[in-house]
Design a protein around this ligand. Structure first.
Ligand code: MAN
Length: 523
C-alpha cells in the first residue's frame, strides 16, 4: 500500500515539476545545488534516500547543513559534506558542477553567484555576458571550421590525386621493369657467352705470360745470387768462406754516419746484428741490407725522396736513439719500413701484350657485352629505386582523406628570441640559432601519436641529435584546425623535449565535441 502511495506521490511530484518547468522554463523547484536531471531524486513528499542507498532520512534533513549521507547526496547545497557537488545553474551561460566545499567560502565560483547565497560575498551575475562571449567564440570557431573544412577538402583532393598519380606511375614503372629485367637477363647471357669465348682465347696468353714471368723471376733470382756472391767474395778478405764485421769495417760504404770510420756497430748492422755471415746467410739476408747502400753510393737508387736525404733520415733513425723521446713509436715504424726497403731497379716495363686478330675480336666483343650488361643492370637498379620511392610515398599515412599530403616537402618556421625552429612534416624538426650557426635536428618523422579518438591531432618526431648528457632530442607537434598552415608556438618543457603547435586547415574535422561543452541544457 505504502509502495503505491509513494509511486503516486512521486508521479504527482514529477507532474508538478513538469508543470512548473512549463511555466518557468528551466527554473524547476528543487533543493539548492541540485541539477535538473537529478531533481526527481529529491521528492519533498517522501523521505530522502541517500544515492548509495545507505540511509533514508526525513526530507527536511536535506540541505540542513548536516551531513547524513556518506556520499554527500543529502547536502548538495551546503558545504557540510566533504565531497559534495554543488550544481550552478548559470542561466545564460553553461551549468557547472563545483565542489560543495566552495559553497559560501566568500569566493564567487558560479557566474550567477548561486554558490555564495549566505556568505555576504557580493557576486555579480555575469552569466549572460559570458554566454554572449562564448557564443561569439563558438560562432568564430564555426566560421573557421567552415573555411578550414573547405580548404581541407582541397588538400584532400590534392592528396588523393597525388597518390592516384603515383599508383599509375608505379604500374607503368613496374611494367618497364619487367622489360628491363628481360633485357638484363638477355645481356647477361650474351656477356657470359662472350666471356667464355674470351676466356678460352686468353688462356693461351695467360699461360704465356705466366711462363714469361716465371722465367723472369728465375733470371732475377739468379742475377741477385751472382751479384751477392761477387760481393761476398769481395768482402771476404781472408777468403775463409765467411764475411765478418771486421772485414766490413774495411769498407767506407758501411760508414753510415759518415764520421770517417766504420764502427763495430755499423758493420754488425749490415750482418743483421751478427758477428759474421756465411755465403747462404749473405745471399739471403745480408745482401738485401747492403745493396741499397751500394746503390745510393753509385747513384742508381731511385726513390721518391732524394737519396741523400733518405740516408740522413735513416742514420738519424738508427743512431740517434738517445735523442728520441715522444716520437719513438712512429720512428720505429719508419725504420722497419726503411729496413725492408728494396732498391727500385730501373726496369723496362714489359711491352703490352698484342693479341692475334681473332683473340682481339673476342676481347672487344666481350668488352662490348660487359658494357651492355652493365647498362642494362643500372637501368634495372634505377627502376627499382623509383619503385621503392613511390611505394614509400604510397605507404605514408597522410590522414584519413590524404589531407596532410600537401604538407610533405614544405617547412614551416617559428622564430623566438634565440632560435629559428622549423617543422617539415613527414621529414624532420630542426632548431637553428639566429646567429646562423649549424642546425640541430630535433627529431626525424616518427608517427601520428594523437589519442585513439583522433590520432591525427599529434605528430611525433624522434631520434634527434643527442642532448648533452641526456637523451636524443624529440618533438611532439600538436595539430589544430587553422585557416592556414602555421607553426604558432614552440616550447621546450623538458630539456631536449620540444613541443610545437601547428595549425592547418587539414585538421579542420567535424569531430564530436567535448560532452562538457554540450551541456547547454539550461542555457
Ligand atoms: C642547445 C639547444 C637547447 C637545449 C640544449 C641542451 O642549447 O638545443 O634547446 O636545451 O642545447 O644542452
Amino acid at each position: 500500500m505504502d509502495f503505491w502511495k509513494g509511486v503516486l506521490n512521486n508521479f504527482f511530484y514529477i507532474l508538478l515539476l513538469n508543470l512548473l518547468y512549463g511555466v518557468l522554463g528551466s527554473e524547476v523547484l528543487r533543493p539548492r545545488g541540485v541539477s535538473l536531471s537529478r531533481a526527481p531524486l529529491y521528492n519533498p513528499e517522501e523521505a530522502f534516500t541517500c544515492f548509495d542507498k545507505s540511509k533514508s532520512i526525513p526530507f527536511s534533513h536535506v540541505n540542513d547543513d548536516y551531513c547524513d549521507c556518506s556520499d554527500a547526496s543529502d547536502e548538495p547545497g551546503t558545504s557540510a559534506c566533504p565531497h559534495g557537488i554543488f550544481y550552478c545553474v548559470n542561466a545564460g551561460f553553461k551549468p557547472m558542477n563545483i565542489g560543495s566545499s566552495r559553497v559560501n567560502d566568500g569566493i564567487c565560483d558560479c557566474c550567477d553567484g548561486a554558490d555564495e547565497y549566505a556568505s555576504g560575498a557580493k557576486c555579480i551575475n555575469n552569466c549572460v555576458e559570458l554566454g554572449r562571449f562564448a557564443r561569439e567564440k563558438e560562432l568564430q570557431r564555426e566560421e573557421l571550421l567552415k573555411a578550414g573544412k573547405q580548404l581541407r577538402e582541397e588538400f584532400s583532393q590534392k592528396g588523393i590525386q597525388e597518390k592516384q598519380q603515383r599508383k599509375e606511375k608505379l604500374m607503368e614503372i613496374e611494367k618497364n621493369k619487367e622489360e628491363a629485367d628481360r633485357v638484363k637477363a638477355e645481356k647477361e647471357k650474351l656477356k657470359n657467352e662472350a666471356e667464355e669465348l674470351e676466356n678460352t682465347a686468353l688462356d693461351y696468353y695467360r699461360k704465356l705470360e705466366e711462363e714469361q714471368n716465371k722465367q723472369k723471376a728465375e733470371a732475377e733470382a739468379l742475377k741477385l745470387r751472382v751479384e751477392a756472391s761477387d760481393a761476398f767474395n769481395r768482402y771476404d778478405l781472408d777468403q775463409d768462406g765467411k764475411v765478418s764485421f771486421s772485414e766490413l769495417q774495411q769498407f767506407e760504404t758501411f760508414d753510415k754516419d759518415k764520421n770517417g770510420e766504420v764502427s763495430e756497430e755499423e758493420a754488425k748492422y749490415f750482418l743483421i746484428d751478427q758477428e759474421e755471415a756465411d755465403i747462404e746467410k749473405f745471399v739471403s739476408d745480408v745482401w738485401n741490407r747492403i745493396k741499397p747502400y751500394l746503390m745510393i753510393e753509385s747513384g742508381s737508387f731511385r726513390d721518391t725522396k732524394d737519396s741523400d736525404e733518405k740516408a740522413v733520415e735513416e742514420e738519424e733513425g738508427e743512431f740517434n736513439e738517445e735523442e728520441q723521446t715522444e716520437e719513438d713509436g712512429e720512428d720505429e715504424e719508419e725504420n722497419t719500413e726503411k729496413e725492408q726497403q728494396e732498391p727500385e731497379v730501373q726496369e723496362e716495363s714489359p711491352p703490352p701484350i698484342v693479341y692475334d686478330d681473332e683473340t682481339q675480336k673476342l676481347v672487344d666483343a666481350a668488352t662490348a657485352a660487359r658494357n651492355e650488361f652493365s647498362n642494362a643492370e643500372s637501368a634495372v637498379k634505377d627502376l627499382e629505386a623509383e619503385i621503392r620511392d613511390i611505394k614509400e610515398y604510397l605507404e605514408k599515412d597522410f590522414g584519413p582523406d590524404e589531407e596532410y599530403a600537401p604538407l610533405l616537402g614544405q617547412c614551416f618556421e617559428y622564430v623566438d628570441h634565440e632560435y629559428v625552429y622549423k617543422l617539415c612534416p613527414f621529414d624532420k624538426t630542426v632548431q637553428q640559432p639566429k646567429s646562423g650557426s649549424m642546425e640541430t635536428r630535433l627529431g626525424s618523422w616518427g608517427h601520428w601519436s594523437g589519442p585513439d579518438h583522433n590520432r591525427y591531432e599529434r605528430m611525433t618526431f624522434e631520434r634527434g641529435q643527442a642532448c648533452w648528457n641526456g637523451p636524443q632530442r624529440s618533438t611532439v607537434v600538436t595539430v589544430t584546425c587553422g585557416s592556414d598552415n602555421k607553426l604558432t608556438s614552440v616550447t621546450e618543457p623538458n630539456k631536449c623535449e620540444y613541443v610545437f603547435e601547428f595549425s592547418t586547415p587539414a585538421a579542420c574535422y567535424d569531430l564530436a565535441r567535448d560532452p562538457q561543452e554540450n551541456a547547454h541544457d539550461e542555457l
